[in-house]
Design a binder for this molecule. Structure first.
Ligand SMILES: Nc1ncnc2c1ncn2[C@@H]1O[C@H](COP(=O)(O)OP(=O)(O)OP(=O)(O)O)[C@@H](O)[C@H]1O
Ligand SMILES: [Mg+2]
Length: 248
């Protein structure tokens, strides 16, 4: 609710969303089964669930990389079904930053070259100002001094910080992180999540994190569990702890 008492509109609003794929033997695989999810600007949301339950599929839909089979999805006020493919790609580039478990940095390019890549597709101002904007972002993640270094010369935590700088360089309003600490040790993972939380809060973005890591889930303000394609809220950290204990 906002000050006037009206319900605030969600930035992304999924209602009864399903995702079904047809397997080679003509069987249907129901990956997502009627997902309801609202993500508001400023939200920090964690989604936990066992391997294969549909987490990445859901994140890809939230990130406009995939579309629901049925149900409705509103992204920043626009029904996603109405967006053409190239408009969807443009909205994605301008509004969404992705962070992956394996960092996905371009090999053979420096940290700065990696960070500025999204700016190549931005406005003229972003394009021509890309090196200054990229440097500012690298400094923000504490890696200004490593701008000329290639990914293979950086530690895992440093590579993920470069990936965060790249994901956030266009100031996206939605940040989607798929197991961002999965390839890091606990302490490095915490430092990376601290940074991600802080920058998301500073820039007023919404952050959605998929994770198996209890510590990561615990720091989100809203938590959900995805179980065989069915999403449900889990309110307490204790519930998340129980989930992890059973190997979810
Ligand atoms: N395009 C596709 N065609 C066929 N099967 C698919 C497709 N995409 C996903 N799947 C299947 O759907 C299920 C959910 O996949 P998804 O990648 O969303 O799982 P996940 O929860 O992210 O798992 P993990 O934690 O292991 O990353 C898996 O069984 C996967 O094999
Ligand atoms: Mg996955």
């Amino acid at each position: 609710m906002n000050a006037s008492g009206a319900a605030e509109e969600a930035f992304v609003d999924l209602r009864d969303v399903t995702r079904t794929v047809l397997l080679p033997d003509d069987q249907e695989l129901h990956i997502l089964r009627g997902v309801d999810l609202q993500v508001r600007i400023g939200d920090h949301t964690a989604i936990v669930g066992r391997s294969g339950c549909g987490k990445s599929t859901l994140l890809n839909i939230l990130g406009l990389l995939d579309v629901p089979t049925s149900g409705t999805m509103i992204f920043d006020g626009t029904p996603v079904g109405k967006l053409r493919n190239n408009t969807r790609a443009k909205v994605r580039g301008a509004s969404i930053g992705f962070i992956f478990q394996q960092f996905n940095l371009l090999p053979g390019r420096t940290a700065l070259e990696n960070v500025v890549t999204p700016l190549m597709y931005g406005s003229r101002k972003e394009f021509w100002g890309r090196n200054a904007i990229g440097m500012e972002m690298l400094e923000r993640v504490g890696l200004g001094a490593r701008a000329g270094t290639q990914p293979h010369m950086l530690s895992g935590g440093e590579q993920q910080r470069v990936a965060i700088a790249r994901a956030l360089v266009r100031r996206p309003r939605l940040i989607l992180a798929d197991e961002p600490t999965g390839a890091l040790d606990v302490e490095t993972g915490q430092a990376v999540m601290d940074l991600l939380d802080t920058i998301a809060t500073e820039s007023g973005a919404a952050l959605v994190t998929i994770t198996h890591d209890l510590n990561v889930a615990a720091r989100a303000r809203t938590r959900y569990r995805l179980d065989a394609g069915v999403l449900s809220p889990t309110d307490t950290v204790a519930t998340s702890a129980a989930l992890v204990a059973v190997g979810a």
